[in-house]
Structure formats: C-alpha cells, structure tokens
Design a binder for this molecule. Structure first.
Ligand code: AMP
Ligand code: MG
Length: 487
C-alpha cells in the first residue's frame, strides 16, 4: 500500500475531510483496504467526478485508487459500526466490506462520503470475504444512476473497477469494487448500534452530529431530538412516496439499509415493477413478501419505530413521556406519506387542483391496472401522451371519469400532459435490459450494451425519443424474475 504524492492529490482535486471520525470510537474502526491483484476500470462517472470537484482526466489514469491499492492523499480509511433489524431481527453488523476514505468537500462546499464497497475484510466482516462481484456492483451503478436521473434522492456511483481476483458466490464471479458517493452513510442502524452498545452521551453525540450534518434546520429549536425525528420522518415519507410513484422496489429494507439523510441506499435485490401488482417481490430471499412493493410504506414506518426506540433517552428523561412522544410522532407517518403520495399521483394524472374524490379516481385506475395486468410505467407514459391505454370498457369508463375531472380545472389538457410528462418516466431500468447489460459486461466483457442503457436511463422523461426496445417490458413479462443479494 502506498500513498500518492501531494502533487497528484492537488491535480486530482481531492479535498477530503473526516468529520465522522470525530465521533466516539464506538462508531468506527480505522481499517485499510486490502490490496488486490490488478485494478482495471469498468466504468468511471465523469460528470459525477466533475460535480465532486475531481479531475476525471487525472483519475481515469489511476484505477488503483478505486480498488484501494492506492489511497488518495488526505484519506483516513475507516469502517463504520452499525446494527440493524434484518427481516425483523436485530443484529450487530457494521461495514463488512465497505471502507470510507473520507468526505469530499465539493467546489460548492457540499460534503459527500467517498466509500469503497468490496474493498476487503474489516473488523466487521464476520464470516464474509469483504469482497463484491462485478455484476452486483454494476447493478448498483446502473440503478443508482437511473434513480438519480429520475429525480429520486440516492447515493451515487463514481466508478466500478475490477480486482483481477475471483469471488466465490453461488458461482465464481469477477471481483470488483464500487466507489459509492453518499450524503452520508449514517443509517437507522447506526442509531440502533448506539442505543444497544453505547452510553447516552454517545447516542447524543451521534444525534448532534447528524443534526448538524443533515438537519441544520432543527438546530437550536426546543425539543430538538423530537423535531429531528419528525423532520427525518418527513424526508422518509417523501422518499418512499417517490419510490411508489415510479414502481421501485428496494427489496431489502432492513434498518441498516435506510439512510438517515433520506437517500436511497444499498441497491441489492432491487428492481422495478412491470405489471402493476402491490404484492410484487423480486428478491429471492424475501419469501414472505415483507419487502413487497405495496408494503414499503408500512415497512418504512416500522423501521422508523425502531429508530424512535433508539432515540427514546433523548426524547424525554421520563421514559413514559418519551414513549408517548415517540408514539405520537410515529403515528404521523401514514399521514405524511399519504400527503406526498397523493401529491405525486395528482401530478402523474395531470391534476393541478385538489378534490376529495381524487383518491378514489387514482385507486380506480390502479385497480383496473391490477385486474388487467397493465404495465405500470407504460400506462402512465401512454396517458401522458394523450393516447388511450386500452379499449376495455372498464378502462374507457375510467378514462371518461378522468377527462371529466380534468375539465374541473382551469389548466388545459396540454398543460396537464406537460406536467404528466415530467412525472411519468418513459424509460426505467427494465429488468431484462439490466440483465442484458450485466451479462454482456460480465460474461463477454462487452461494455457497449451497458453504456447505451445508461445513456437512455440518463433521460427518463425524454418523450421526444422513440426507443421502444428500452421502454417496453420484456415480452415474457417479469413473472418469475428473481434478484439476488449477490453478497
Ligand atoms: P447488505 O445485505 O449488503 O446490506 O449487507 C448486510 C451486512 O452484511 C453488512 O454489514 C455488510 O457489510 C455485510 N456483508 C455483505 N456482504 C459481505 C461480504 N462479502 N463480506 C463481509 N461482509 C459482508
Ligand atoms: Mg447494507
């Protein structure tokens, strides 16, 4: 392991700070990446590098930096400690295969974690090898960048580089490291860790740090920790509503995979729904449908209840009163979610005004979609172009009802179609297209399929392009499609 020269550091634009390392030792362990045989870039995100204030031309010559064989000057690698409820069961976890290099301060003064995922064993690896396979890391790259283009808060992907080593999973996979960029990696599970293993001072240090970094709007207010929790719930409600609007299924909403800052994090067995069905599950290990599409708001609330439990000592010194406050706050989640969901669904249907019957109108469309197994994305994209979706009488009568509802507002049909086209994507990462890109990249080392897909996914609302191959679902549908954690 060597450290790059200052000269290189200056020209590359690294500007790393380490505020997280200032938290008590309970929350992190200094850990170096484990060097690998041979680093080679598979993909490098030049536009993201630029946003971060990094020089793509310089960094593109140094794949070693993106597997952990070289460290950027100014880095201070560490693994973060956290716990989590996995499928409902509490477990101590921590970064078992991810290493935080530091926080890049961008030219705009924003702070982003730079993390290597798959960089070798850490003190939290348990029996894991600390590594990641190329396919799953490219999957995270593709879906996270697609989510970003869709306007959903998410971690980003700066690079994927192969390690020249093989990782053993269900089948041998080429090893790879993903460089992940996040507003932070503080999770619901980080607070659960503090509550389970730390003192009240340590819990408070984490809360104060998180407030300063992500919720400056509540700094200094009365009942600060309760306001922090409410503010955080509001962000989660908005996030999950956005997932629901685009048909995104996270797949493994364990509390360790829920970022406090409100970004989507940890793209494992995630996938987009094709035919509308709230029970849709793709993850091979989610046998009971705990993380099914329609269950996501409920699970978010469940996860936030675990967070509230962890925060109890900060909510009030009297435990009974603390529980009362937490309960009251948690019960507001459903209303918060509903507000965001309804607002987004109104936009998806071109509604500028609010009427009491709107919920029923939306529900009726969803019910028709479910009964006729209509593709979720195509249905809304077709409506957004003013075209009929189906000739079935059930749909026609819904359509008339919708047209009548539109006539209640001042805005014209063309105003409605315009707003609809901003909210209803034409292009989402269709499961078969993602698989096609991954297999071309992993099996045949042909990256052109993935680059083309990323280009299309970078403009999800581009109604002027006509690329049916990317907009329509697989002919066989997604029935039986399964995703794997790939860990
Ligand atoms: P995930 O399912 O990716 O959210 O990971 C859950 C936990 O398992 C986290 O603590 C990870 O760091 C850990 N983990 C996942 N894969 C590995 C691996 N290959 N080696 C060590 N730890 C891992
Ligand atoms: Mg995780």
């Amino acid at each position: 392991m060597s450290i790059l020269s200052d000269n290189f550091h200056e020209t590359a634009g690294w500007n790393l700070e380490h505020s997280y390392a200032g938290l008590p030792k309970l929350f992190h362990r200094s850990t170096l990446p484990v060097p690998v045989r041979q680093a080679n870039f598979v993909i490098f995100n030049e536009s993201l590098a630029m946003e971060l204030g990094l020089r793509a031309d310089v960094l593109k010559e140094n794949a070693s930096l993106f597997v952990g064989n070289l460290l950027p000057t100014g880095s201070a690698p560490l693994a973060q400690a956290y716990a989590g409820h996995q499928y409902g069961h509490f477990t101590a976890l921590g970064d078992g295969r991810a290493i935080l290099l530091g926080e890049q301060i961008t030219p705009k003064g924003e702070r982003f974690d730079i993390q290597l995922k798959g960089a070798g064993q850490t003190p939290f690896s348990r029996s894991g090898d600390g590594r990641a396979g190329l396919g799953p890391m490219l999957r995270e790259y593709i879906i996270s960048e697609a989510m970003h283009a869709l306007g959903v808060p998410t971690t980003r992907s700066l690079a994927v580089a192969t390690t020249g080593e093989i990782v053993r999973r269900m089948e041998p996979l080429p090893g790879a490291v993903l460089t992940r960029v996040a507003a932070s990696h503080i999770r619901v599970g980080t607070f659960e860790w503090a509550a389970a293993r730390g003192s009240q001072e340590e819990l408070q240090a984490l809360a104060d740090y998180t407030i300063q970094r992500h919720f400056p709007e509540v700094a200094g207010v009365e009942q600060i920790y309760l306001r922090f929790f409410e503010s955080l719930m509001e962000r989660q409600a908005a996030l999950i509503a956005q997932w629901m609007h685009i048909g995104f299924i996270h797949g493994v909403m364990n509390t360790d995979n829920m970022a406090i800052c409100g970004e989507t994090i940890d793209y494992g067995p995630c996938a987009f729904m094709d035919a509308y069905d709230p029970d849709t599950v793709f993850s091979s290990i989610d046998r009971n449908g705990r993380y099914a599409y329609g269950n996501q708001p409920h699970i978010a609330q469940w996860n936030l209840a675990r967070l509230a439990e962890a925060l109890l000592p900060l909510l009030h010194e009297n435990e009974k009163l603390a529980i009362e406050k937490a309960n009251e706050a948690i019960h507001s989640f459903q209303g918060r979610f509903q507000k965001h969901w309804l607002a987004g669904m109104r936009s998806k249907l071109g509604l500028f005004t609010e009427e009491a019957e709107d919920s029923a109108l939306i529900q009726a469309l969803l019910e028709w979609m479910q009964a006729s197994k209509a593709d979720y994305t195509t249905t809304f994209a077709t409506l957004s172009q003013g075209k009929p979706v189906s000739e079935e009488p059930e749909f026609t009568s819904w359509h008339q009802r919708w047209i009548k509802r539109l006539s209640h507002q001042q805005q014209s049909m063309s105003d409605s179609l315009q707003i609809m086209q901003k909210h209803n994507p034409v292009y989402i990462p269709r499961n078969h297209k993602v698989e096609e890109a991954l297999s071309a990249a992993s099996d045949k080392t042909d990256l052109s399929v993935m680059h083309r897909l990323l280009e299309v996914l970078g403009k999800p609302f581009d109604y002027s392009s006509s690329l049916p191959e990317y907009s329509r679902p697989a002919e066989s549908g997604s029935c039986g499609y399964q995703t794997f954690c790939g860990t």
